[in-house]
Each structure stands twice: as C-alpha cells, then as structure tokens.
Design a protein around this ligand. Structure first.
Ligand code: NAD
Length: 257
C-alpha cells in the first residue's frame, strides 16, 4: 500500500476520470476527498462506498471549481492534502467568433484557474509536510489543437504551463507537479455522444467509435479511467520522485502523429 496514510483531493470526482483516479488512489491506500459542485446524498454515498471497498477514509466535499474562493475553501476544509489531482473539467464547442463569452469564462475558470487556486492553497500544507504531489489532468488538447474547442484547448495548454511553473517553484522540496494528457477516455460524457454520432454519420456503434471518435487515436482504442488512475498512482510513487514539470500522454499514440 504505497500511499497508505496519504490524503488525496480529487476535484470533479463524482464521475468519469476523477472517480477512476480516486478509486486507483484508494486502492493504493490513500484516504480520499471526493468533490463536485453538487451536494446530493448519492455524492456522499459514493464516498462511503469507496471507503468500505478499499478500507480507507473517504469523504465528499461540495465546492464549485468555477469559483476561486470555493477552490481554496475545499483544500482548507480537507485540512490540506498530500496529493492534489486537478481533474474538474467542462467542454463547449463553437467557432471562435460564435463562442459565447460566458462559456469561455466558465471553461477557463473550471479547467484552468481552479488548479491555480487549489495549488496555491495546497502548497503551504505540502511544504509543511515536506512531501506533495500535484497531478493536473490536462488532455491531448494540452499539446495539440482541434477546431471549435478554443477555450478548452487554451485552458489545457495553460494547465501544462502552470504545471511546469509549479514544478520549478517546488523543485528539490519533496513536491512534484505534472500533467497527464489523456486522449479519448470512455467516460459517461463521451458515451453520451455515441448515439448522436451514430445518427449523424448513419453508422453502427463500433464503426462510429473507430472511424469518427477515435480517428486521431492511432490505437483505435479508448484509454480507460483505470489507466489514468494508474498513471496518477505512478506519479505519486517513489519511482517518480524526480519526474516533475512534464507531461505524460495516455493517448494511444495521438500526439505521436
Ligand atoms: P465528466 O463530465 O465525467 O467529469 C467531469 C467532472 O468534473 C464531474 O465530476 C463533474 O461533476 C465535475 N465538474 C464539472 N464542473 C465542475 C465545477 N464547476 N466544480 C466542481 N466539479 C465540476 O468528464 P471526464 O471525461 O471524466 O473529464 C474529466 C477531466 O478529464 C476533464 O478535465 C477533461 O477535460 C479531462 N479529459 C477527458 C477526456 C475524455 O475523453 N473523457 C480526455 C482528455 C481529458
């Protein structure tokens, strides 16, 4: 149990990649703070399920990652953390000249500024403990672009830059900061797009996944939430003590093209 006794905050972790990362960290022995902006009984039940499945402590703290003060309050309410995974993220697709300003602001706030606020709040706790890991969930779109996703791509490139800066400011202090860049991962968000794509392209499920959704992913296979979680656990392991300020792609070869 390499992460026994460590506490991990995972933002945006009541579904998808965040939940997968939280489960892999729990499997490695870490205590978990789950988060999203909702505060429903099922959010707290999720924390109880993870605690009982993995024999660790888990709690759910509601906080809206589009608001800087709530990002900082999340870290303080958790009592600081050893591991911070900035995962909360949203998407909106439109050409630049039609992109609604409020959508731009919201995406930059949730996908980029939240990581600035949580990192700023978490770093004093990590410095006091002499150990810390910040893992930012960026994207293949943190390294490459696609049309119509200006805010998302700007935010994801931004979080790669933020990761490098935090790495330099913490180098040699037992703290590392890196970004994971997933390609397409089959989360509920992506699953929900499949029926529409089948209709639009008049293709069956397997064809639409292979030829449309995974067109830029040479493996033609989705990455899994468990693989993103496993990469996060690796970045928290002693083998990764000198890995800081870099990106790790989990994208089936997308960024090798
Ligand atoms: P998802 O919609 O399943 O999960 C997003 C999570 O963020 C949810 O838990 C949601 O509740 C939370 N969230 C959204 N707005 C929030 C807010 N204001 N405050 C707090 N929490 C909020 O999506 P996902 O696919 O699991 O994406 C997770 C992260 O991985 C995102 O940063 C996304 O950009 C990134 N990513 C996803 C893929 C993919 O193919 N699924 C690929 C690359 C990167």
């Amino acid at each position: 149990m390499i992460l026994q006794g460590k506490t991990a905050i995972v933002t945006g972790s009541n579904s998808g990649i965040g939940l997968g990362v939280a489960e892999e960290l729990a499997r490695a022995g870490a205590n978990i703070v789950l988060n999203s902006f909702t505060d429903r009984p099922e959010d707290h039940a999720l924390a109880a399920r993870i605690a009982s499945n993995y024999g660790i402590k888990a709690r759910y703290i509601a906080a809206d990652m589009s608001k800087g003060a709530e990002c900082r309050a999340l870290v303080e309410r958790a009592g600081g953390c050893d591991i911070l995974v900035n995962n909360a993220g949203i998407q909106f697709v439109a050409p630049v000249e039609e992109f609604p300003t409020e959508k731009w602001d919201q995406i930059i706030a949730v996908n980029l500024s939240s990581a600035f606020h949580t990192s700023a709040a978490a770093l004093p706790h990590m410095r006091a403990r002499g150990w810390g890991r910040i893992v930012n969930i960026a994207s293949a779109h943190g390294l490459t672009a696609s049309p119509f996703k200006s805010a998302y791509i700007a935010a994801k490139h931004g979080i790669v830059g933020l990761s490098k800066t935090v790495a330099l400011e913490t180098a040699g202090q037992g703290i590392t900061c890196n970004a994971i860049c997933p390609g397409y991962v089959l989360t509920p968000l992506v699953e929900a797009q499949i029926p529409d794509q089948m209709k639009v392209h008049d293709m069956d499920r397997e064809t639409v996944i292979r030829e449309v959704m995974l067109q830029r992913q040479p493996s033609r296979q989705f990455a899994t939430t468990e693989q993103i979680g496993g990469t996060t656990v690796f970045l928290c392991s002693p083998a990764a003590d000198q890995i800081t300020g870099t990106t790790i792609s989990v994208d089936g070869g997308w960024t090798a093209l």
